[in-house]
Design a protein around this ligand. Structure first.
Ligand code: ADP
Length: 423
C-alpha cells in the first residue's frame, strides 16, 4: 500500500513538472511568434509607405530618407509627412495597391490633415479582402496637431490581425494542451485500474483463504461419515456431524459478509428509519456474539447514561454495524475486556466500543475504513477477515448523517465512537 501511493505520487509530481515546463515553453514560443508577426507587420506597413512615397510626389525633396518622414506615435498609427495637397482618389488607390503588394490585409482608416485648416480635409476607409470589420467605418481617426500636413493611417484591428496570422501556432498549442490532458487522464485511469486490480487480488486471496479451510474440514468429516462401520461408533458420528454443522455455520456467516459487500458497493444505503432504542440494540448485538465471546472468554460490560437511548434509525443496519464493531473488539484482543457505552450530547447520540486489544497505529486510522483494507500485524495476523466490516459500518453511519471516529494506540487498545443525530 505504501509503495503504491509513493509511486503514484512520484508519477503525478513528475508529470505535473513536465506539463508545467511544456506549457511554459509553449507560452514562451507563442510570445516570440507574436513579436515576430508584429515586427513583420511593421516592416510591411513601412514598405507600403515607402512605395507610396515612390509612386506619388508627396514631398518636395524626394531624396529625403522616408524613415524621417514617418512618425509612429502608437503601434497602430502612422503619420506621413506631406508637402502638397495630393490627389485624393489616386492616394487611396495607391495606398490600397501598396498594402496588397506587401500583404497588409487588415482594414485601415486613412485621412489627410491640413495645417492650414487645422482639421482633416477628408477621411477614407480602406478595406482589403479578408479584413471586413462591421464597425470600422465609424471609428474616428485620432488627430494630432503638427506644424506640417500629413496623411494619417490608423489600423484599428492590428492586434486581432496579428493574432489571426498566428492561428496555426495557437491551434497547435491548443492541440498540444488537449493531448497533455488526454495523457494525464490516461495515467490516472491506468493507476486507478492498477489499484483496483490489486485490491481485487487481495480480496480474492482473503476470500479463498476464508472458504478453503472450512471446506477442507467439511470434506474430511464427510469422508469419515462415509466409512462403512461409522454407525457402530455413534460418538464419532456425532462428533463429525457436529464439525460439519460448525463449519457450515461459519460458511453461512461468511456468505452473510459477502452480502454486506453487495451493500457496501452501493453509494447510499436504502434506510428504513424508525424509533430505535440503541441500548436494546447493543444488548442484542452482544447476545448474537455470545458464542464468539465465550470462545475467547471475553468480558463485555455496558455503561448506559440513560436506561433508554432512542433515535431515529434503521434497526437492522445499526444492529449490523454494532455487531461488526463488537466482533472486531473481540477478534483483535487476546483477552478481550470490552466496554460498550451510550450517552447523549445535545442533539446527538454517542455510542462507543472500547477494547484492550492490539490497537491500531495512527498511520492506519483513516485507511481501516477503506474497502478491503486490513492492517498487517505480527502475532495476531491469524485473525480472519475481508477488510469490509469497518467500510460497511462507515457506510451505515454516513447514511444516518452521523460520524465515526477511532482513537487507538498500538498494543493499548482501541475505541470506536459513533455519533448519530437523534432525529
Ligand atoms: P476485517 O476485520 O474483516 O479485517 P474490518 O473492516 O472490520 O475488516 O477492519 C479493518 C482492519 O482494521 C482490520 O483488519 C484490523 O486490522 C483493524 N481493526 C479493526 N477493528 C480493530 C480493533 N478493534 N482493534 C484492532 N484493529 C482493528
Amino acid at each position: 500500500m505504501v509503495i503504491r501511493s509513493k509511486t503514484l505520487r512520484l508519477v503525478i509530481l513528475t508529470s505535473t513538472i513536465l506539463v508545467t515546463i511544456i506549457i511554459a515553453v509553449q507560452l514562451f514560443w507563442l510570445q516570440k511568434v507574436y513579436l515576430y508577426e508584429e515586427k513583420q507587420f511593421n516592416i510591411n506597413v513601412s514598405k507600403s509607405i515607402r512605395g507610396l512615397y515612390d509612386d506619388m510626389e508627396l514631398v518636395n525633396d524626394v531624396s529625403d530618407n522616408t524613415q524621417k518622414l514617418i512618425e509612429n506615435p502608437s503601434p497602430d498609427l502612422y503619420l506621413l509627412r506631406i508637402d502638397c495637397n495630393p490627389n485624393l482618389d489616386s492616394l487611396w488607390l495607391n495606398l490600397k495597391s501598396e498594402f496588397t503588394d506587401f500583404d497588409v490585409y487588415t482594414d485601415c482608416k486613412a485621412a489627410v490633415y491640413s495645417t492650414e485648416k487645422n482639421a482633416f480635409t477628408i477621411q477614407e476607409y480602406i478595406d482589403l479582402p479578408d479584413s471586413y470589420h462591421a464597425n470600422s467605418k465609424e471609428l474616428p481617426v485620432p488627430m494630432f496637431k503638427r506644424d506640417y500636413s500629413y496623411v494619417v493611417l490608423f489600423f484599428p484591428h492590428r492586434g486581432q490581425y496579428i493574432l489571426k496570422q498566428m492561428f496555426f501556432w495557437i491551434a497547435s498549442g491548443v492541440v498540444l494542451l488537449l493531448v497533455l490532458i488526454a495523457f494525464g487522464a490516461s495515467i490516472f485511469y491506468l493507476y486507478r485500474q492498477k489499484f483496483l486490480n490489486e485490491t481485487q487480488k487481495d480480496f480474492v486471496n482473503n476470500f479463498t483463504h476464508e472458504f478453503r479451510t472450512p471446506l477442507a474440514v467439511i470434506k474430511i468429516a464427510a469422508d469419515v461419515l462415509e466409512q462403512e462401520n461409522i454407525t457402530d461408533k455413534p460418538e464419532r458420528l456425532r462428533n463429525y456431524a457436529g464439525i460439519i454443522s460448525d463449519q457450515t455455520g461459519h460458511l453461512q456467516a461468511q456468505v452473510q459478509r459477502l452480502l454486506e459487500i453487495a451493500y457496501t458497493d452501493r453509494s447510499s444505503l436504502p434506510l428504513e428509519k424508525e424509533q430505535v432504542d440503541a441500548n436494546a440494540l447493543i444488548r442484542q448485538a452482544i447476545n448474537d456474539l455470545l458464542p464468539l465471546a465465550e470462545q475467547k472468554q471475553a468480558v463485555i460490560r455496558t455503561a448506559f447514561e440513560h436506561p433508554e437511548a432512542f433515535l431515529l434509525a434503521d434497526r437492522s443496519y445499526l444492529l449490523l454495524a454494532l455487531i461488526n464493531l463488537i466482533e472486531n473488539a473481540i477478534k483483535y484482543s487476546a483477552r478481550p475486556e470490552i466496554l460498550i457505552s451510550s450517552s447523549e450530547t445535545g442533539s446527538e447520540l454517542c455510542l462507543s466500543v472500547k477494547d484492550n486489544g492490539i490497537g491500531i497505529s495512527r498511520a492506519h486510522h483513516k485507511k481501516i475504513f477503506n474497502r478491503f483494507y486490513r492492517v498487517t500485524q505480527g502475532e495476531l495476523h491469524t485473525t480472519k477477515g475481508f477488510g469490509l466490516g469497518l467500510n460497511f459500518v462507515k457506510k451505515v453511519i454516513d447514511a444516518h448523517n452521523g460520524k465515526i471516529e477511532v482513537s487507538s494506540e498500538e498494543k493499548k487498545g482501541s475505541t470506536f465512537i459513533i455519533k448519530i443525530p437523534k432525529k
